[in-house]
Write a protein that binds this ligand. Structure first.
Ligand SMILES: *[C@@H]1O[C@H](CO)[C@@H](O)[C@H](O)[C@H]1NC(C)=O
Ligand SMILES: *[C@@H]1O[C@H](CO)[C@@H](O)[C@H](O)[C@H]1NC(C)=O
Length: 502
Protein backbone atom coordinates (compact mmCIF):
# COMPACT_ATOMS: atom_id res chain seq x y z
CA UNK A 1 0.00 0.00 0.00
CA UNK A 2 2.81 2.31 0.93
CA UNK A 3 4.45 1.61 -2.39
CA UNK A 4 1.19 2.28 -4.28
CA UNK A 5 0.94 5.62 -2.54
CA UNK A 6 4.46 6.40 -3.70
CA UNK A 7 3.42 5.59 -7.26
CA UNK A 8 0.30 7.77 -7.11
CA UNK A 9 2.25 10.64 -5.59
CA UNK A 10 4.79 10.31 -8.33
CA UNK A 11 2.07 10.35 -11.02
CA UNK A 12 0.32 13.36 -9.45
CA UNK A 13 3.59 15.24 -9.19
CA UNK A 14 4.18 14.57 -12.88
CA UNK A 15 7.48 12.98 -12.00
CA UNK A 16 6.69 9.59 -13.39
CA UNK A 17 9.35 9.88 -16.05
CA UNK A 18 11.88 10.63 -13.32
CA UNK A 19 10.67 7.87 -11.04
CA UNK A 20 12.68 4.66 -11.00
CA UNK A 21 10.97 1.67 -12.61
CA UNK A 22 11.73 -0.78 -9.79
CA UNK A 23 9.03 0.37 -7.35
CA UNK A 24 6.38 0.36 -10.12
CA UNK A 25 7.21 -3.20 -11.00
CA UNK A 26 7.03 -4.09 -7.33
CA UNK A 27 3.61 -2.42 -7.11
CA UNK A 28 2.34 -4.43 -10.06
CA UNK A 29 3.65 -7.63 -8.59
CA UNK A 30 1.94 -7.02 -5.24
CA UNK A 31 -1.30 -6.14 -6.99
CA UNK A 32 -1.07 -9.33 -9.04
CA UNK A 33 -0.44 -11.45 -5.96
CA UNK A 34 -3.37 -9.80 -4.24
CA UNK A 35 -5.76 -10.51 -7.11
CA UNK A 36 -4.53 -14.09 -7.46
CA UNK A 37 -5.17 -14.70 -3.79
CA UNK A 38 -8.69 -13.34 -4.16
CA UNK A 39 -9.36 -15.78 -6.95
CA UNK A 40 -7.89 -18.61 -4.83
CA UNK A 41 -10.50 -17.80 -2.19
CA UNK A 42 -13.36 -18.65 -4.52
CA UNK A 43 -11.74 -21.92 -5.58
CA UNK A 44 -14.06 -24.78 -4.69
CA UNK A 45 -12.31 -27.88 -3.49
CA UNK A 46 -14.78 -30.48 -4.72
CA UNK A 47 -12.47 -33.26 -3.64
CA UNK A 48 -12.94 -32.11 -0.06
CA UNK A 49 -16.71 -31.82 -0.51
CA UNK A 50 -16.91 -35.29 -1.96
CA UNK A 51 -14.99 -36.66 0.98
CA UNK A 52 -17.53 -35.07 3.31
CA UNK A 53 -20.76 -35.75 1.48
CA UNK A 54 -20.00 -38.48 -1.05
CA UNK A 55 -21.44 -41.24 1.14
CA UNK A 56 -24.89 -39.72 1.25
CA UNK A 57 -27.46 -41.38 -0.98
CA UNK A 58 -30.75 -40.16 0.46
CA UNK A 59 -30.69 -36.50 -0.44
CA UNK A 60 -34.44 -36.11 -0.07
CA UNK A 61 -34.11 -36.37 3.69
CA UNK A 62 -30.74 -34.77 4.03
CA UNK A 63 -30.52 -31.91 6.49
CA UNK A 64 -27.62 -30.78 8.58
CA UNK A 65 -27.02 -28.89 11.81
CA UNK A 66 -25.01 -25.70 11.38
CA UNK A 67 -21.25 -26.03 11.54
CA UNK A 68 -20.36 -23.99 14.60
CA UNK A 69 -16.64 -24.72 14.82
CA UNK A 70 -15.80 -21.06 14.27
CA UNK A 71 -18.22 -19.95 17.02
CA UNK A 72 -16.81 -22.55 19.36
CA UNK A 73 -13.24 -21.51 18.68
CA UNK A 74 -13.96 -17.81 19.11
CA UNK A 75 -16.31 -18.17 22.10
CA UNK A 76 -19.25 -16.71 20.20
CA UNK A 77 -22.61 -17.59 21.80
CA UNK A 78 -24.55 -20.31 20.00
CA UNK A 79 -28.00 -19.79 18.52
CA UNK A 80 -31.05 -20.78 20.52
CA UNK A 81 -34.59 -21.57 19.41
CA UNK A 82 -37.09 -20.90 22.18
CA UNK A 83 -40.30 -22.87 21.78
CA UNK A 84 -43.22 -21.52 23.76
CA UNK A 85 -46.91 -20.78 23.38
CA UNK A 86 -47.06 -18.72 26.53
CA UNK A 87 -46.37 -14.99 26.40
CA UNK A 88 -45.35 -14.78 30.07
CA UNK A 89 -42.60 -17.35 29.62
CA UNK A 90 -41.54 -15.59 26.41
CA UNK A 91 -41.09 -12.28 28.23
CA UNK A 92 -39.06 -14.05 30.86
CA UNK A 93 -36.86 -15.60 28.21
CA UNK A 94 -36.43 -12.25 26.46
CA UNK A 95 -35.00 -10.88 29.71
CA UNK A 96 -32.71 -13.86 30.28
CA UNK A 97 -31.45 -13.85 26.69
CA UNK A 98 -30.80 -10.11 26.77
CA UNK A 99 -28.84 -10.48 29.99
CA UNK A 100 -26.74 -13.32 28.57
CA UNK A 101 -26.36 -11.76 25.09
CA UNK A 102 -27.41 -14.91 23.28
CA UNK A 103 -28.84 -14.90 19.76
CA UNK A 104 -32.22 -16.57 19.67
CA UNK A 105 -35.48 -16.91 17.85
CA UNK A 106 -38.95 -17.90 19.02
CA UNK A 107 -41.18 -20.66 17.75
CA UNK A 108 -44.81 -20.85 18.80
CA UNK A 109 -45.68 -24.56 18.77
CA UNK A 110 -49.32 -23.65 19.38
CA UNK A 111 -49.51 -22.74 15.71
CA UNK A 112 -48.81 -26.29 14.50
CA UNK A 113 -48.92 -28.70 17.46
CA UNK A 114 -52.03 -29.58 19.46
CA UNK A 115 -51.99 -29.57 23.26
CA UNK A 116 -50.81 -32.85 24.77
CA UNK A 117 -49.90 -34.26 21.36
CA UNK A 118 -50.11 -38.07 21.23
CA UNK A 119 -47.50 -40.48 19.87
CA UNK A 120 -48.87 -40.87 16.36
CA UNK A 121 -49.54 -37.18 15.86
CA UNK A 122 -46.04 -36.45 17.18
CA UNK A 123 -44.59 -38.91 14.68
CA UNK A 124 -46.38 -37.06 11.91
CA UNK A 125 -45.00 -33.70 13.01
CA UNK A 126 -41.55 -35.26 13.18
CA UNK A 127 -41.89 -36.60 9.66
CA UNK A 128 -43.16 -33.33 8.23
CA UNK A 129 -41.20 -30.61 10.01
CA UNK A 130 -38.95 -32.48 12.46
CA UNK A 131 -35.80 -31.54 10.57
CA UNK A 132 -36.76 -27.86 10.64
CA UNK A 133 -37.49 -27.92 14.38
CA UNK A 134 -34.38 -29.96 15.12
CA UNK A 135 -31.87 -27.93 13.12
CA UNK A 136 -33.19 -24.42 13.38
CA UNK A 137 -30.70 -23.57 16.10
CA UNK A 138 -27.73 -25.02 17.96
CA UNK A 139 -29.67 -25.34 21.22
CA UNK A 140 -33.43 -25.87 21.55
CA UNK A 141 -35.44 -24.82 24.58
CA UNK A 142 -39.00 -26.02 25.11
CA UNK A 143 -41.03 -24.05 27.62
CA UNK A 144 -44.63 -23.94 28.82
CA UNK A 145 -46.06 -27.29 27.72
CA UNK A 146 -43.44 -30.02 27.47
CA UNK A 147 -45.50 -32.32 25.19
CA UNK A 148 -44.64 -29.80 22.46
CA UNK A 149 -41.16 -31.37 22.49
CA UNK A 150 -42.60 -34.84 21.92
CA UNK A 151 -42.03 -34.91 18.14
CA UNK A 152 -38.31 -34.24 18.63
CA UNK A 153 -37.84 -36.42 21.72
CA UNK A 154 -39.68 -39.31 20.19
CA UNK A 155 -38.07 -38.85 16.79
CA UNK A 156 -34.57 -38.75 18.22
CA UNK A 157 -33.43 -35.23 17.37
CA UNK A 158 -29.80 -35.02 18.49
CA UNK A 159 -29.61 -31.27 18.95
CA UNK A 160 -29.22 -30.44 22.66
CA UNK A 161 -32.66 -29.76 24.13
CA UNK A 162 -33.54 -27.96 27.34
CA UNK A 163 -36.94 -28.93 28.72
CA UNK A 164 -38.02 -25.93 30.74
CA UNK A 165 -40.92 -27.24 32.78
CA UNK A 166 -43.03 -24.23 33.71
CA UNK A 167 -46.29 -26.02 34.46
CA UNK A 168 -47.12 -29.67 34.81
CA UNK A 169 -44.94 -31.64 32.34
CA UNK A 170 -47.93 -33.69 31.15
CA UNK A 171 -50.21 -30.78 30.36
CA UNK A 172 -52.96 -31.91 28.00
CA UNK A 173 -51.76 -35.53 27.74
CA UNK A 174 -54.74 -37.90 27.80
CA UNK A 175 -54.81 -40.39 30.72
CA UNK A 176 -54.81 -43.27 28.22
CA UNK A 177 -51.56 -41.91 26.75
CA UNK A 178 -49.84 -41.05 30.03
CA UNK A 179 -47.97 -44.34 30.50
CA UNK A 180 -46.36 -44.07 27.06
CA UNK A 181 -45.53 -40.44 27.57
CA UNK A 182 -43.98 -41.00 31.01
CA UNK A 183 -41.93 -43.88 29.59
CA UNK A 184 -40.69 -41.60 26.83
CA UNK A 185 -39.61 -38.94 29.32
CA UNK A 186 -37.90 -41.51 31.55
CA UNK A 187 -35.98 -42.63 28.50
CA UNK A 188 -35.23 -39.04 27.56
CA UNK A 189 -33.84 -38.45 31.06
CA UNK A 190 -30.99 -40.82 30.22
CA UNK A 191 -29.96 -38.91 27.11
CA UNK A 192 -26.93 -36.71 27.79
CA UNK A 193 -28.09 -34.02 25.37
CA UNK A 194 -31.43 -33.40 27.10
CA UNK A 195 -31.33 -30.95 30.03
CA UNK A 196 -34.13 -30.26 32.48
CA UNK A 197 -35.03 -26.96 34.05
CA UNK A 198 -38.07 -26.53 36.26
CA UNK A 199 -39.21 -23.03 37.08
CA UNK A 200 -40.65 -23.76 40.51
CA UNK A 201 -40.04 -26.34 43.23
CA UNK A 202 -43.19 -28.37 42.59
CA UNK A 203 -42.45 -29.66 39.07
CA UNK A 204 -39.86 -32.30 39.96
CA UNK A 205 -41.98 -33.61 42.82
CA UNK A 206 -44.90 -33.89 40.40
CA UNK A 207 -42.88 -35.67 37.72
CA UNK A 208 -41.43 -38.17 40.18
CA UNK A 209 -44.91 -38.87 41.52
CA UNK A 210 -46.08 -39.58 37.96
CA UNK A 211 -43.29 -42.12 37.59
CA UNK A 212 -40.75 -40.12 35.55
CA UNK A 213 -37.17 -41.13 36.29
CA UNK A 214 -35.41 -37.81 36.43
CA UNK A 215 -31.96 -37.21 34.94
CA UNK A 216 -28.90 -36.94 37.18
CA UNK A 217 -28.56 -33.70 39.14
CA UNK A 218 -25.97 -32.20 36.79
CA UNK A 219 -28.52 -32.06 33.98
CA UNK A 220 -31.38 -30.76 36.08
CA UNK A 221 -31.90 -27.46 37.87
CA UNK A 222 -34.57 -25.22 39.30
CA UNK A 223 -34.51 -21.72 37.82
CA UNK A 224 -37.44 -19.51 38.71
CA UNK A 225 -38.94 -16.86 36.42
CA UNK A 226 -37.19 -13.48 36.55
CA UNK A 227 -40.63 -11.86 36.53
CA UNK A 228 -40.32 -9.63 33.49
CA UNK A 229 -43.58 -8.27 32.14
CA UNK A 230 -43.57 -6.43 28.83
CA UNK A 231 -47.19 -5.25 28.85
CA UNK A 232 -47.72 -1.58 28.16
CA UNK A 233 -48.81 0.15 31.35
CA UNK A 234 -52.50 0.58 30.53
CA UNK A 235 -54.82 0.16 33.49
CA UNK A 236 -58.26 -1.08 32.57
CA UNK A 237 -60.37 -1.22 35.69
CA UNK A 238 -63.74 -2.84 35.35
CA UNK A 239 -66.72 -3.62 37.50
CA UNK A 240 -69.07 -0.76 38.27
CA UNK A 241 -69.28 0.13 34.60
CA UNK A 242 -67.00 3.13 34.63
CA UNK A 243 -63.90 2.44 32.57
CA UNK A 244 -61.96 5.48 33.71
CA UNK A 245 -58.48 4.85 35.05
CA UNK A 246 -57.90 5.29 38.76
CA UNK A 247 -55.61 8.09 39.80
CA UNK A 248 -52.46 6.96 41.58
CA UNK A 249 -53.74 8.40 44.84
CA UNK A 250 -57.06 6.61 44.51
CA UNK A 251 -55.33 3.34 43.62
CA UNK A 252 -53.08 3.58 46.68
CA UNK A 253 -56.09 3.67 48.98
CA UNK A 254 -57.74 0.62 47.49
CA UNK A 255 -56.87 -3.05 47.68
CA UNK A 256 -57.00 -4.77 44.29
CA UNK A 257 -59.05 -7.90 43.75
CA UNK A 258 -58.78 -9.73 40.44
CA UNK A 259 -61.78 -11.90 39.70
CA UNK A 260 -60.59 -14.99 37.80
CA UNK A 261 -62.60 -15.98 34.75
CA UNK A 262 -63.70 -19.31 36.22
CA UNK A 263 -66.48 -19.28 38.77
CA UNK A 264 -64.96 -21.99 40.95
CA UNK A 265 -62.18 -19.76 42.22
CA UNK A 266 -62.55 -18.73 45.83
CA UNK A 267 -62.49 -15.05 44.84
CA UNK A 268 -65.76 -15.66 43.00
CA UNK A 269 -67.35 -18.27 45.22
CA UNK A 270 -66.62 -16.63 48.52
CA UNK A 271 -64.55 -13.46 48.75
CA UNK A 272 -66.57 -11.22 46.44
CA UNK A 273 -69.91 -12.21 48.02
CA UNK A 274 -68.35 -11.68 51.45
CA UNK A 275 -67.16 -8.17 50.49
CA UNK A 276 -70.67 -7.32 49.26
CA UNK A 277 -72.35 -8.78 52.36
CA UNK A 278 -70.14 -6.75 54.68
CA UNK A 279 -70.27 -3.52 52.68
CA UNK A 280 -66.50 -3.56 52.13
CA UNK A 281 -66.43 -2.91 48.40
CA UNK A 282 -65.48 0.77 48.80
CA UNK A 283 -62.03 -0.37 49.99
CA UNK A 284 -61.53 -2.58 46.97
CA UNK A 285 -60.84 -2.12 43.27
CA UNK A 286 -62.19 -5.08 41.36
CA UNK A 287 -60.42 -6.12 38.18
CA UNK A 288 -61.23 -8.83 35.74
CA UNK A 289 -58.78 -10.91 33.76
CA UNK A 290 -57.17 -8.11 31.76
CA UNK A 291 -56.16 -5.89 34.61
CA UNK A 292 -53.15 -4.29 32.98
CA UNK A 293 -50.29 -6.22 34.52
CA UNK A 294 -48.08 -5.98 37.59
CA UNK A 295 -47.47 -2.23 37.34
CA UNK A 296 -51.19 -1.70 37.91
CA UNK A 297 -51.22 -4.09 40.87
CA UNK A 298 -48.17 -2.42 42.39
CA UNK A 299 -50.07 0.86 42.72
CA UNK A 300 -52.59 -0.68 45.10
CA UNK A 301 -52.67 -1.15 48.84
CA UNK A 302 -52.17 -4.86 48.31
CA UNK A 303 -53.69 -7.45 45.98
CA UNK A 304 -56.15 -10.02 47.32
CA UNK A 305 -55.29 -13.36 45.78
CA UNK A 306 -56.04 -16.97 46.56
CA UNK A 307 -53.39 -19.28 45.09
CA UNK A 308 -54.91 -21.77 42.64
CA UNK A 309 -51.52 -23.00 41.39
CA UNK A 310 -48.29 -23.69 43.26
CA UNK A 311 -46.76 -20.80 41.35
CA UNK A 312 -47.91 -18.37 38.68
CA UNK A 313 -46.07 -15.77 36.61
CA UNK A 314 -48.31 -13.15 38.22
CA UNK A 315 -46.52 -13.68 41.52
CA UNK A 316 -42.97 -13.24 40.21
CA UNK A 317 -43.95 -10.34 37.96
CA UNK A 318 -45.90 -8.74 40.76
CA UNK A 319 -43.12 -9.03 43.32
CA UNK A 320 -40.62 -7.64 40.81
CA UNK A 321 -42.88 -4.66 40.13
CA UNK A 322 -43.58 -3.98 43.81
CA UNK A 323 -47.04 -5.51 44.15
CA UNK A 324 -47.91 -6.94 47.56
CA UNK A 325 -50.14 -9.99 47.66
CA UNK A 326 -52.68 -10.53 50.40
CA UNK A 327 -53.15 -14.29 50.72
CA UNK A 328 -54.48 -16.77 53.28
CA UNK A 329 -51.85 -17.85 55.80
CA UNK A 330 -50.48 -21.37 55.19
CA UNK A 331 -52.65 -22.66 58.04
CA UNK A 332 -55.80 -21.09 56.63
CA UNK A 333 -54.94 -22.17 53.10
CA UNK A 334 -54.42 -25.77 54.21
CA UNK A 335 -57.69 -25.74 56.11
CA UNK A 336 -59.58 -24.27 53.12
CA UNK A 337 -58.17 -26.85 50.71
CA UNK A 338 -59.15 -29.67 53.05
CA UNK A 339 -62.62 -28.26 53.62
CA UNK A 340 -63.67 -27.02 50.19
CA UNK A 341 -63.89 -29.16 47.08
CA UNK A 342 -62.96 -28.23 43.52
CA UNK A 343 -66.32 -26.54 42.95
CA UNK A 344 -65.85 -24.06 45.78
CA UNK A 345 -62.11 -23.57 45.54
CA UNK A 346 -60.00 -24.20 42.50
CA UNK A 347 -56.55 -25.55 43.30
CA UNK A 348 -54.30 -27.51 41.00
CA UNK A 349 -52.48 -29.63 43.49
CA UNK A 350 -54.53 -31.11 46.28
CA UNK A 351 -52.33 -34.22 46.29
CA UNK A 352 -49.40 -32.04 47.35
CA UNK A 353 -51.08 -31.16 50.65
CA UNK A 354 -52.18 -34.74 51.10
CA UNK A 355 -48.76 -36.26 50.41
CA UNK A 356 -46.74 -33.58 52.17
CA UNK A 357 -48.96 -32.54 55.08
CA UNK A 358 -46.04 -30.90 56.89
CA UNK A 359 -43.62 -29.63 54.28
CA UNK A 360 -45.93 -28.70 51.38
CA UNK A 361 -44.87 -25.01 51.51
CA UNK A 362 -41.40 -26.16 50.36
CA UNK A 363 -42.98 -27.10 47.02
CA UNK A 364 -45.35 -24.18 46.63
CA UNK A 365 -43.68 -20.92 45.72
CA UNK A 366 -46.49 -18.76 47.13
CA UNK A 367 -45.60 -20.15 50.56
CA UNK A 368 -41.96 -21.09 49.96
CA UNK A 369 -39.54 -19.71 52.58
CA UNK A 370 -37.93 -17.64 49.79
CA UNK A 371 -41.14 -15.65 49.27
CA UNK A 372 -43.65 -16.15 52.07
CA UNK A 373 -42.48 -13.19 54.11
CA UNK A 374 -43.16 -10.89 51.13
CA UNK A 375 -46.93 -11.43 51.41
CA UNK A 376 -49.56 -10.14 53.78
CA UNK A 377 -51.00 -13.27 55.41
CA UNK A 378 -54.36 -13.49 57.14
CA UNK A 379 -55.54 -16.25 59.42
CA UNK A 380 -59.23 -15.51 59.18
CA UNK A 381 -61.74 -13.11 57.69
CA UNK A 382 -61.62 -10.86 60.73
CA UNK A 383 -57.95 -10.20 59.97
CA UNK A 384 -58.74 -9.58 56.31
CA UNK A 385 -61.49 -7.14 57.25
CA UNK A 386 -59.11 -5.24 59.51
CA UNK A 387 -56.57 -5.08 56.67
CA UNK A 388 -59.21 -3.65 54.33
CA UNK A 389 -60.60 -1.06 56.73
CA UNK A 390 -57.54 0.13 58.70
CA UNK A 391 -55.84 2.12 55.95
CA UNK A 392 -53.01 3.64 57.98
CA UNK A 393 -51.83 0.37 59.48
CA UNK A 394 -52.22 -1.63 56.28
CA UNK A 395 -50.50 1.00 54.10
CA UNK A 396 -47.51 0.84 56.39
CA UNK A 397 -47.53 -2.96 56.34
CA UNK A 398 -47.77 -2.94 52.55
CA UNK A 399 -44.76 -0.67 52.08
CA UNK A 400 -42.77 -2.87 54.46
CA UNK A 401 -43.77 -5.99 52.52
CA UNK A 402 -43.01 -4.25 49.24
CA UNK A 403 -39.41 -3.79 50.37
CA UNK A 404 -39.15 -7.45 51.39
CA UNK A 405 -40.78 -8.63 48.16
CA UNK A 406 -38.64 -6.65 45.75
CA UNK A 407 -35.49 -7.72 47.62
CA UNK A 408 -36.55 -11.38 47.60
CA UNK A 409 -37.30 -11.16 43.90
CA UNK A 410 -33.97 -9.48 43.16
CA UNK A 411 -32.14 -12.35 44.90
CA UNK A 412 -34.20 -14.91 43.03
CA UNK A 413 -33.54 -13.10 39.75
CA UNK A 414 -29.81 -13.21 40.33
CA UNK A 415 -29.92 -16.95 41.03
CA UNK A 416 -31.90 -17.51 37.84
CA UNK A 417 -29.62 -15.45 35.60
CA UNK A 418 -26.52 -17.12 37.05
CA UNK A 419 -28.15 -20.49 36.61
CA UNK A 420 -29.05 -19.88 32.97
CA UNK A 421 -25.50 -18.68 32.35
CA UNK A 422 -24.10 -21.92 33.79
CA UNK A 423 -26.64 -24.03 31.93
CA UNK A 424 -25.98 -22.46 28.55
CA UNK A 425 -22.22 -22.70 29.04
CA UNK A 426 -22.54 -26.41 29.79
CA UNK A 427 -24.87 -27.07 26.86
CA UNK A 428 -22.67 -25.02 24.53
CA UNK A 429 -19.65 -27.05 25.58
CA UNK A 430 -21.63 -30.13 24.70
CA UNK A 431 -22.47 -28.75 21.26
CA UNK A 432 -18.85 -27.74 20.69
CA UNK A 433 -17.55 -31.15 21.71
CA UNK A 434 -19.25 -32.72 18.69
CA UNK A 435 -18.60 -30.53 15.67
CA UNK A 436 -16.46 -32.68 13.42
CA UNK A 437 -17.94 -33.06 9.92
CA UNK A 438 -18.60 -36.73 10.68
CA UNK A 439 -20.51 -35.88 13.85
CA UNK A 440 -22.55 -33.21 12.08
CA UNK A 441 -23.34 -35.63 9.28
CA UNK A 442 -24.40 -38.31 11.75
CA UNK A 443 -26.83 -35.87 13.31
CA UNK A 444 -27.85 -34.52 9.95
CA UNK A 445 -30.49 -36.79 8.49
CA UNK A 446 -33.10 -36.63 11.19
CA UNK A 447 -35.16 -39.54 10.01
CA UNK A 448 -35.05 -42.36 7.58
CA UNK A 449 -37.37 -42.43 4.63
CA UNK A 450 -39.60 -45.06 6.10
CA UNK A 451 -42.85 -46.23 4.72
CA UNK A 452 -44.47 -46.45 8.15
CA UNK A 453 -44.18 -43.63 10.62
CA UNK A 454 -41.73 -44.21 13.44
CA UNK A 455 -44.06 -44.94 16.33
CA UNK A 456 -42.99 -44.67 19.89
CA UNK A 457 -43.96 -47.47 22.23
CA UNK A 458 -43.25 -47.74 25.92
CA UNK A 459 -41.33 -50.98 25.57
CA UNK A 460 -38.98 -50.03 22.76
CA UNK A 461 -38.24 -46.46 23.66
CA UNK A 462 -34.50 -46.27 23.20
CA UNK A 463 -34.39 -48.48 20.15
CA UNK A 464 -37.12 -46.54 18.37
CA UNK A 465 -35.37 -43.25 18.87
CA UNK A 466 -32.05 -44.54 17.58
CA UNK A 467 -33.70 -46.27 14.66
CA UNK A 468 -35.61 -43.18 13.74
CA UNK A 469 -32.51 -41.09 13.94
CA UNK A 470 -30.20 -43.46 12.12
CA UNK A 471 -28.51 -41.73 9.27
CA UNK A 472 -28.00 -42.92 5.75
CA UNK A 473 -24.40 -43.86 6.19
CA UNK A 474 -25.22 -46.17 9.06
CA UNK A 475 -23.43 -44.18 11.74
CA UNK A 476 -25.49 -44.23 14.90
CA UNK A 477 -26.03 -40.64 15.96
CA UNK A 478 -26.99 -41.82 19.42
CA UNK A 479 -23.58 -43.35 19.89
CA UNK A 480 -21.88 -40.25 18.54
CA UNK A 481 -23.67 -37.96 20.96
CA UNK A 482 -23.19 -40.32 23.88
CA UNK A 483 -19.49 -40.23 23.20
CA UNK A 484 -19.54 -36.48 22.83
CA UNK A 485 -21.45 -36.08 26.05
CA UNK A 486 -19.04 -38.29 27.95
CA UNK A 487 -16.11 -36.24 26.72
CA UNK A 488 -17.71 -32.90 27.43
CA UNK A 489 -16.77 -31.09 30.61
CA UNK A 490 -19.38 -31.05 33.35
CA UNK A 491 -21.82 -28.29 34.08
CA UNK A 492 -20.37 -25.06 35.27
CA UNK A 493 -16.84 -26.01 34.25
CA UNK A 494 -14.69 -23.18 32.96
CA UNK A 495 -12.84 -22.91 29.69
CA UNK A 496 -14.05 -23.70 26.21
CA UNK A 497 -16.82 -21.55 24.93
CA UNK A 498 -17.86 -20.83 28.48
CA UNK A 499 -14.80 -18.68 29.02
CA UNK A 500 -15.82 -16.23 26.33
CA UNK A 501 -19.42 -15.76 27.40
CA UNK A 502 -21.05 -13.16 29.55
C1 LIG B 1 -8.68 -30.28 -1.47
O1 LIG B 1 -9.07 -31.08 -0.38
C2 LIG B 1 -8.34 -32.27 -0.23
C3 LIG B 1 -9.00 -33.08 0.87
O2 LIG B 1 -9.15 -32.35 2.03
C4 LIG B 1 -6.90 -31.94 0.05
O3 LIG B 1 -6.15 -33.13 0.18
C5 LIG B 1 -6.35 -31.09 -1.08
O4 LIG B 1 -5.05 -30.67 -0.78
C6 LIG B 1 -7.23 -29.87 -1.31
N1 LIG B 1 -6.76 -29.15 -2.50
C7 LIG B 1 -6.47 -27.86 -2.49
C8 LIG B 1 -6.02 -27.28 -3.79
O5 LIG B 1 -6.58 -27.18 -1.50
C1 LIG C 1 -53.82 -38.89 18.24
O1 LIG C 1 -54.22 -37.58 17.94
C2 LIG C 1 -54.78 -37.43 16.66
C3 LIG C 1 -55.00 -35.97 16.40
O2 LIG C 1 -55.66 -35.37 17.47
C4 LIG C 1 -56.03 -38.26 16.56
O3 LIG C 1 -56.62 -38.13 15.28
C5 LIG C 1 -55.69 -39.70 16.82
O4 LIG C 1 -56.87 -40.48 16.86
C6 LIG C 1 -54.97 -39.85 18.15
N1 LIG C 1 -54.48 -41.20 18.28
C7 LIG C 1 -54.69 -41.92 19.36
C8 LIG C 1 -54.11 -43.30 19.36
O5 LIG C 1 -55.31 -41.51 20.31
Amino acid sequence: MLCLRHCFRAIRAGQLHLYPCGPILLCSFILYAFLTKASNDVYLNETALRLSYGGITNWAHFTTPADVRAECTDGIPLRIAYFTRHTGTLWDWIAVAAHLHVPWTRVNPGLFIEYGINASAAARVWRDVGHVMCHMADILIFSDTIPDARPLLQGGCQTPIVLQVTNRFDYGVLPSDLLDYVALLSDVAQRPHVWWVSNNPYEEEYMVRRGVKLPPAERRMMLRPVGTCLLPDAPRPSGGGSARALSAAEAATRVALILPPYSRHLENTYIMPWLLRHGLTAHVQVYRQHYGGPAVLARHRGVITVPYQTSVMKMYEGLAAGAVFVIPSPELFGALVRKLDMHRMSFCCRELLRDHPDDWPQFMDWYHPDFVSAHVLYDNLKDLKRFLTDHTWSSQLVSEKRRIGTAAMADSRERTLDGFGRLLRAVSQQVCAATSPEQLRARGAVFRAERSLPLFTATSSSSSSSAAAASDDGVSPVRTVLAAGAEGPGRGGGGGIGGGRA
